[in-house]
Write a protein that binds this ligand. Structure first.
Ligand SMILES: N[C@@H](CCC(=O)N[C@@H](CS)C(=O)NCC(=O)O)C(=O)O
Length: 210
């Protein structure tokens, strides 16, 4: 296969950080372009031409732009992860499990985390605080973490006995949930997965990169 030319548009400590972790874990050659979000680099016309949402992460792959962290990480898994044994081949049952749980981490979990943060988080304005909504979000989060706890009942990782990009994707959301104060510690297997992912050098280095 020809080398794939990748340009990664990112900002430190952002939605681009899990993608940065994935690039490090898979050792993918790429060029990095760091955006200054406070200065508004993401709203400049030349960047909006790549991603009309004006957000990071954005990736240009062989000249074609792509956005959304989850989609980008699925691409990285399919293109680079299979040959490294870190992502299952498309069409297999493991690939369906990997995409199910990674989509869960980016689609099913975040709305309740957002509600939990907005309705009671320390960085949310007091005018938006609403304790009954915090209780609702907590109950929903407990149900969702409970589902992952059940999946992990007989395996330490999303796909079984070994680490994969699916763990990195799910674990990145769990690490964020932990920072937000979500009740992960009530779920020992979820907590253990979060810890294992947080201990990966690729994940640690990406979160520490400034
Ligand atoms: N759903 C998007 C979220 C991207 C996102 O919200 N990125 C933020 C950084 S965490 C951003 O670029 N914000 C800049 C802005 O909104 O102006 C993804 O997962 O890629």
């Amino acid at each position: 296969m020809n080398p794939t030319k990748i340009t990664f548009y990112m900002a430190p400590m952002s939605s681009a950080t899990p993608v940065d972790s994935a690039l490090r874990e898979l050792d993918v050659p790429h060029e990095t372009v760091r955006l200054d979000l406070k200065a508004g680099d993401q709203k400049k016309p030349e960047f909006l031409a790549l991603n009309p949402n004006g957000k990071v992460p954005t990736m240009v792959i062989d000249g074609a732009p792509m956005h959304e962290a989850l989609a980008i990480m699925h691409f990285l898994g399919d293109r680079f992860g299979v040959e490294k044994g870190l992502w299952p081949r498309a069409g297999t049952a493991d690939h369906r499990t990997a995409t199910s749980w990674s989509t869960w981490a980016y689609v099913t979990l975040p709305p309740m985390l957002m509600l939990f943060n907005v309705a009671g988080g320390p960085r949310s304005p007091a005018a938006l605080h609403h304790p009954p909504l915090v209780d609702f979000a907590l109950a929903e989060l407990r149900q969702r973490f409970g589902a992952l706890e059940a999946h992990l009942a007989d395996r330490p990782f999303i796909l079984g006995e070994s680490y994969s990009l699916a763990d990195l994707i799910v674990g990145s959301s769990l690490l964020w949930a932990q920072v937000c104060g979500a009740p992960i510690s009530e779920f020992p297997r979820v907590q253990a997965l979060t810890q294992r992912v947080g201990d990966r050098p690729a994940v640690r280095d990406a979160w520490q990169a400034t």
